[in-house]
Structure formats: structure tokens, C-alpha cells
Design a protein around this ligand. Structure first.
Ligand SMILES: *Cc1c(COP(=O)(O)O)cnc(C)c1O
Length: 214
């Protein structure tokens, strides 16, 4: 039988986890920041904010893009449930555009047809690790003033025409669930080059609590 997933965890990984377990912080400590910096640098993005899952990260991204009640987000029907479920969690409506038969990814031409006055964002999915044609989606997003969110749960490490996944969309989500390329057990991250969105993601993660003494 082909297993659903089989993670690879070696001695180094276990030693690193034990070090954290013996440290003062077992969540949201200095290792979190270190991890975020490594992922951001690797993807060619300025900022990264990690979350408890890819699903939570998506919710943070939609929140940061100011998605709310009455808004529509165009997305792919061929994905894991949370791409759409987190749109619903924001009170918005997922609108499905069709996929391309040869890639399994959203068809930019069909996305164009689904744009209405309520459309606020496009959430593309790099299906099975194959990146979407990000240049076409960027053009559409810029022209129609939409946020471009990339569900890259499957595509950490991939590139499209020389551009690393994570360096192009407004916000890109990676998942660290054991069936993805790299695992932390459960976990997810958003990478972005936009300082305002980064600050909103941090705020979302901390329940709106600010610790800045100013
Ligand atoms: C796994 C996955 C998610 C959700 O990530 P979790 O870390 O499991 O919450 C979202 N979208 C896609 C395409 C996925 O494969």
C-alpha cells in the first residue's frame, strides 16, 4: 500500500527539539523568529509570520487583505478544503474559477470571467507543487486592484520562470503538515514583501495585543 505520508526525522532534528524543550520558551520564542527569517530569506521575501497551521495562516492572510462580509474571492475548486473554508470564516464568498486541464492550476482566463464588483482577491493554488503562472495572475490583480494570495502548501522550494514561490504574490502560504515538503508536525507560514500586511499578520496572530512599549 502507498502510505498517505511518511515523514523523515533524523537525530539532528530530535536534538534540536530537545534543546527547545529544555529552553524557557516552547512556543513563540527565539526559534520562531529564527525559523521565519530562514524561510523568508529562502523564498526571496522580506517578511514571514508563522502560524499553528497552514489553515490558520490562510485565515491571517485573508484578514490582512481586509477580506470581510460581502466580499468575493476567486479560487480553485481543486485544493484542500481550507483554502475556501477560511474565506467563509471571514464572512466572504469563495467563487470557483475553472482549472487548466494540463496543469490542474487555476485558469487565468476563467478567473477574468469571474471578476465582479465584489471581488477583492484571487487565491491561487500551486496544485501538487506545480507553481501557477504567477505573472498572469499578477497582471490581473494589478489591473483589477485585487489582493493576490498564493496557497503554496505543496510548493515550498519551487520556482516559476526563475522566480521563487513566495517572492511574487502579495502573500504566500506554506504548510508544514506532515504530508507537505517540510514538516513541523502542525504549522504554517505566510511570507510577504509588504510591511503593512506583515504588521497586520503579527497583530492577527497576537489577538490584537501590542507589546511595543511606545
Ligand atoms: C495542507 C493544505 C492546506 C492547509 O494546511 P494545514 O497546515 O494542514 O492547515 C491548505 N491548502 C492546501 C492546498 C493544502 O494542501
Amino acid at each position: 500500500m502507498i502510505p498517505y505520508s511518511r515523514q523523515f526525522i533524523d537525530k539532528d532534528d530530535i536534538e534540536e527539539v530537545v534543546k527547545v524543550l529544555k529552553s524557557p520558551f516552547i512556543t513563540q520564542g527565539p526559534k520562531t523568529k529564527e525559523f521565519e527569517e530562514v524561510v523568508a530569506r529562502y523564498c526571496g521575501a522580506k517578511y514571514a509570520v508563522s502560524f499553528s497551521s497552514g489553515t490558520a495562516a490562510l485565515q491571517g492572510a485573508y484578514y490582512s487583505a481586509r477580506i470581510g462580509k460581502g466580499d468575493e474571492i476567486i479560487t480553485s475548486p481543486l485544493t484542500f478544503a481550507s483554502t475556501s473554508n477560511m474565506i467563509l470564516a471571514c464572512g466572504a464568498k469563495p467563487v470557483f474559477a475553472d482549472i487548466e486541464i494540463d496543469t490542474g492550476n487555476l485558469d487565468p482566463q476563467d478567473v477574468l470571467k469571474k471578476i465582479t464588483r465584489k471581488t477583492k482577491a484571487v487565491a491561487v493554488v500551486d496544485y501538487a507543487g506545480l507553481p501557477v503562472d504567477i505573472f498572469s495572475f499578477k497582471k490581473i490583480a494589478t489591473k483589477h486592484n485585487l489582493a493576490l494570495i498564493e496557497d503554496a502548501a505543496h510548493s515550498l522550494g519551487a520556482s516559476y520562470k526563475g522566480k521563487k514561490v513566495g517572492s511574487m504574490a502579495d502573500m504566500t502560504m506554506f504548510s508544514f503538515h506532515p504530508v507537505k515538503s517540510v514538516t513541523t508536525g502542525e504549522g504554517g507560514i505566510i511570507v510577504t514583501n509588504d510591511k503593512k500586511k506583515y504588521e497586520k499578520l503579527i497583530l492577527f496572530r497576537s489577538h490584537g495585543i501590542i507589546k511595543d512599549s511606545k
